[in-house]
Design a protein around this ligand. Structure first.
Ligand code: NAP
Length: 332
């Protein structure tokens, strides 16, 4: 457990209510990215009566990834194809996937209730929350339209496409500096553009940054526009925050690392999160509420990758199976 448990309202969702629900399934998974789909696969293989609910196309952020080159056993696969394969794999074991938006998760003493956008209610002994999050966007012209055409939010995923090319990295936190250093091993030249005079990143990273000759730092500078032609990104228009002067920089790619926004809108009140909105879990991916598991990018953890989301899904499904078994064997 994460230091101590937090308990649901003891008056909610009790089996000795006057009219308990007709059906209480073993597990509801909210979110169909690699974490949710892997949880579904393992849950069905453990014979859990499971429903996965996803408002969009199963696969999550993978659907927006052109090529995945770090999924073990497959040198290169499109994100869309990997999504299809993971979905088909889970469905082959009987996973029911419901295409609806979840409005609310109400934790209870004996079971949890998941409310859908059509007012339908689902009930389960355990819930796995796998809603992920999104990289924070700059919101400048040229960003959205060039996503996947030179604009990227993942150096590990896309850095390889910029071998010996020029890239711009935006941000001044640990992620931006770490990723700029990673990209410097691949690209010919890296411009690091940060809006302030001081970095938010730790001193060790700043020291490494200063030692890397391929990286040129542009402080007090903001990206006003990402320029492109038919083949993708061609550069950026910059503005100096102090002088107001605008300049242009030619570049083949723009990597944006200005923070990640976890989608914690469905996390029930009282569940412990860190200051950035990531849910704190134990090694079983269980939140402070017994039977509520949180996996993938919504969980506080060190590395956010498809493979770590899938690992979370496996762990949480196994832990959910153990929880369900215990509940059924003790009659509660
Ligand atoms: P972060 O620490 O929140 O830094 C975001 C950076 O983006 C800041 O420098 C911020 O500038 C800048 N920024 C935010 N909005 C912007 C905008 N609209 N336009 C231009 N710049 C903008 O995010 P992060 O680097 O992704 O790190 C997130 C958390 O993970 C942090 O706690 C970090 O320490 C941790 N992390 C740790 C490691 C590690 O320990 N190795 C690696 C990666 C991440 P300002 O500074 O001016 O606000």
């Amino acid at each position: 457990m994460t230091s101590q448990s937090c308990f649901p309202n003891p008056n909610k969702n009790r089996l000795d209510d006057q009219s308990p629900p007709e059906k209480i399934c073993d597990l509801i998974i909210v979110g169909g990215g690699p974490g949710g789909l892997t949880a579904g696969l393992y849950a069905r293989r453990a014979a859990l009566d499971t429903i996965l609910v996803d408002k969009g196309l199963p696969g999550g952020q993978m659907n927006n990834t052109a090529t995945v080159e770090n999924w073990p056993g497959t040198e290169s696969i499109s994100g869309a194809e990997l999504s299809e394969k993971m979905t088909a794999h889970a469905q082959a074991y009987g996973l029911e996937i419901m295409g609806r938006e979840v409005r609310e998760i109400e934790p209870g003493l004996d079971y949890h209730t998941v409310r859908l956008d059509n007012d339908e209610e689902l009930h389960a002994l355990t819930v796995i929350l796998a809603t992920g999050g999104t990289p924070r966007k700059l919101g400048v012209p040229g960003e959205a339209e060039n996503h996947g055409r030179g604009v990227s939010y993942c150096a590990v995923c896309d850095g390889f496409f910029f071998k010996n090319k020029t890239v711009v990295v935006v941000g001044g936190g640990d992620s931006a500096l770490e990723e700029a250093l990673y990209l410097a091993k691949i690209a010919a030249k890296v411009y690091l553009v940060h809006r302030r005079e001081e970095f938010r990143a730790g001193m060790i990273l700043q020291k490494s940054l200063r030692a890397e000759k391929k990286i040129e730092v542009l402080l007090n500078t903001v990206v006003k526009e990402i320029k492109s032609d038919d083949s993708g990104v061609t550069g950026v228009r910059l503005q100096n925050g102090k002088s107001g002067q605008e300049t242009s920089l030619a570049a083949d790619g723009v990597f944006i690392f200005i923070g990640f926004v976890p989608d914690n809108s469905l996390v029930p009140a009282g569940i412990r999160m860190n200051a950035d909105g990531y849910v704190l879990t134990d090694e079983k991916c269980e939140s402070c509420l017994p039977g509520l598991f949180v996996i993938g990018d919504l969980r506080e953890k060190f590395v956010k990758q498809i493979v770590t989301a899938a690992a979370d899904g496996c762990i949480a499904a196994q832990a959910a199976a153990r929880h369900v078994e215990h509940r059924k064997s003790t009659g509660r």
